[in-house]
Design a binder for this molecule. Structure first.
Ligand SMILES: Cc1cc2nc3c(=O)[nH]c(=O)nc-3n(C[C@H](O)[C@H](O)[C@H](O)COP(=O)(O)OP(=O)(O)OC[C@H]3O[C@@H](n4cnc5c(N)ncnc54)[C@H](O)[C@@H]3O)c2cc1C
Length: 408
């Protein structure tokens, strides 16, 4: 990249971020087409972008070692897939938070972290006043502000732009909620942040989109795109859409308009291998749980501190696993490669069979990881062959090598 924004002072005793300014909105960011708009470059911490951006250089081992005291054990199948861990479980809030993405465990942890005084603020993502799906990152100082940020804004969100507000804010202890690319950059600049404590609550993430990309996705997939208020790809191999009048609509994964959607996902997400958020202290998603439950991975003692805030309010169950994903993943690779679109009746039929006999629990999580890692390796090979070797981390290479990819 070029110089990280104009230098505002001349003293060489200043740290790089004290001399830098955010890049101008709308400029070409250092990762260019691969930029996930994580917000780092919208803050003075752009000064460290070369050594922090997830799309300029991958550094999983160093990040895991700094955050958890060790990198993942590649011979342990659970760690190979889901990252460093001391505990995995499934759970749901006994009293779900209305309007949350799932049962609201993430928001409840944020609320409890403030109420108990564990932190001074929570980095979370609200929505714009005019558009439900336009993310507005914020440093929430009250439980109400955390609660109003509940539910996914399924679009690229510049979470780290709020780092710019830290100096002079009085915030010394922070809980940051975010997806993998945001957390990779945050971990890289952590030693330079004006904080005494940082807790990281990670969300798994794949296939994110720009706001425009989301519009294309909704218009090609759902009956009434403008009334969708919530959606999720769920463990029953269907996308569940909720409309503003409360109506639920489901679409089988296998019925998606692949030719139209092949390029709708952000290039950053098509080149990402941090699905399960390797750098977070605690991860809360759904991918390794059976239908209707949330899936949690505690990576280190700080993650357990976060879980302790809500564990008495959870209905907890062990993780489970059944089925065999491998043939379905291999078929999916070929279907994606040929950009096949199935007729809806066939998609529904396959969906019913897979739902009944297909992978469940952790095996569903592995199905989703295998499918996305192989697809992303193919995408990188076609669009950024120069990045292929350095960009795919060792754990992802081990997973991808289990499948036959189409010839280049
Ligand atoms: C873009 C995206 C893709 C995801 N994909 C998967 C997946 O493939 N598999 C899986 O298991 N889980 C995925 N998740 C996580 C999952 O959908 C739920 O967010 C998670 O289980 C928490 O549910 P909850 O009810 O506890 O969250 P809630 O209590 O509703 O809280 C949701 C939190 O998400 C944060 N948030 C909202 N939008 C964004 C955003 N764009 N970027 C960063 N943070 C945001 C908010 O700050 C809020 O704190 C994804 C999340 C996002 C945001």
């Amino acid at each position: 990249m070029d110089a990280p924004g104009p230098v505002t002072a001349t003293s060489h005793s200043q740290a790089p971020h004290e001399r830098a300014r955010p890049l101008a909105k709308g400029s070409v960011y250092p990762a260019k087409d691969l930029c996930s708009q994580c917000g780092l470059c919208d803050s003075r911490w752009v000064a460290y972008v070369k050594s922090s951006c997830a799309f300029l250089e991958q550094r999983f081992e160093a990040m895991e070692t700094a955050a958890h005291g060790r990198s993942r054990d590649l011979d342990n199948q659970d760690e190979l897939y889901f990252g460093v861990q001391q505990r995995m479980l499934t759970a749901r809030l006994r009293r779900p938070i209305e309007g949350a993405q799932w049962t609201g465990i993430v928001s409840r942890i944020g609320v409890r972290a403030l109420e108990t005084g564990l932190v001074d603020a929570v980095l979370c993502v609200g929505q714009s006043e005019t558009d439900r799906f336009t993310p507005v990152p914020r440093l929430a100082r009250t439980p109400e502000e955390v609660l109003s940020a509940r539910v996914n804004k399924p679009t690229l969100s510049p979470n780290l732009e709020v780092l710019e507000q830290l100096p002079g804010s009085g915030i010394r202890r922070l809980l940051a909620i975010g997806v993998g690319c945001q957390i990779q950059a945050l971990r890289a600049v952590q030693p330079t942040l004006p904080l005494d404590e940082l807790f990281v609550l990670g969300l798994p993430c794949v296939d994110n989109v720009s706001r425009q990309g989301l519009q294309t996705f909704l218009e090609s997939t759902v009956s009434s795109p403008h009334t969708v208020v919530h959606y999720e790809f769920m463990q029953d191999f269907r996308i569940h859409f909720r409309h503003s009048d409360g109506r639920e609509e489901t679409v089988p994964f296998f019925g998606l308009d692949t030719p139209k959607l092949k390029d709708v996902f952000a290039p950053s997400c098509l080149s990402c291998f941090d699905y399960t958020n390797a750098g977070a202290d605690l991860v809360v998603g759904y991918m390794g749980a059976t239908f209707g439950r949330q899936w949690l991975t505690v990576r280190n003692p700080r993650g357990q501190v976060l879980l302790d805030l809500v564990e008495p309010e959870l209905d907890v169950a062990p993780v489970s696993s059944s089925g065999d994903r491998r043939a379905a993943v291999q078929q999916g690779i070929e279907a994606y490669d040929k950009a096949v679109k199935l007729p809806l009746w066939l998609a529904r039929l396959i969906g019913c069979v897979v739902k009944r006999f297909g992978p469940k629990g952790l095996e569903y999580g592995r199905f989703s990881i295998d499918s996305h890692f192989t697809r992303n390796a193919l995408w990188l090979r076609r669009h950024h062959p120069e990045k292929l070797e350095a960009h795919i981390p060792a754990f992802a290479k081990a997973i991808i090598s289990r499948y036959r990819l189409p010839a280049a």
